[in-house]
Design a protein around this ligand. Sequence first.
Ligand code: HEC
Length: 183
Amino acid sequence: MSDDRELNHEYDGIKEYDNPLPNWWLVTFFATIIFAFIYWMHYEIAGGPTLDQELAVAMKEIETRQAHAPKELTTDEVYAEIAADQGRLQAAAGNFQAKCAACHGPKLEGMIGPNLTDSFWLHGDGSYHEIAVVIREGIPEKGMPPWQELMKESEIAELTAYIHSMKGSNPPNAKAPEGAEVK
Ligand code: HEC
């Protein structure tokens, strides 16, 4: 057998055959050495963060995100679904008469609290989200109670969709506009 990989010596009939490692293997092998060196420099010499420190940073980020995330999971699509569901709107209308009409009027026209059917808003822009925030958190210093402890989130979502659906309903004896106009 003559092969240029065969090394030119023989002992008791045993020949040595030079079979080089494949390049892909060598590249991978040297890459691991380089990686290990950089890894070691970063974490042992250059003071890279330990796993505990990385965890602490990640936890902090989760906490700040949670603090800033809107409390609601109800999306505009969900509100629109409720608004298309007569049964749920009826339930909300009943709830409104029981809990809100005393201040906002039976037709949402406004009494102690503002008219909820016009395009003027004291708080937010009359979007589903902003209405829900006011219902949940209230404006306690101005006499609008917070409802999040007193109602289920689904009831608040239904009331939100109900109020939104009454926009522009022009009830008689409407209270004068308050707040900024939203076009
Ligand atoms: C005790 C009286 C009272 C009750 C009961 C009440 N509200 Fe109000 N509400 C107010 C007042 C007063 C304001 C205006 C706050 C201000 O001037 O900043 C208000 C504001 C609002 C606003 C914001 C209006 C705007 O122009 O930004 C919404 C929405 C609202 N109320 C919904 C409700 C709903 C829904 C209920 C029933 C679950 C309810 N309110 C019950 C007194 C009340």
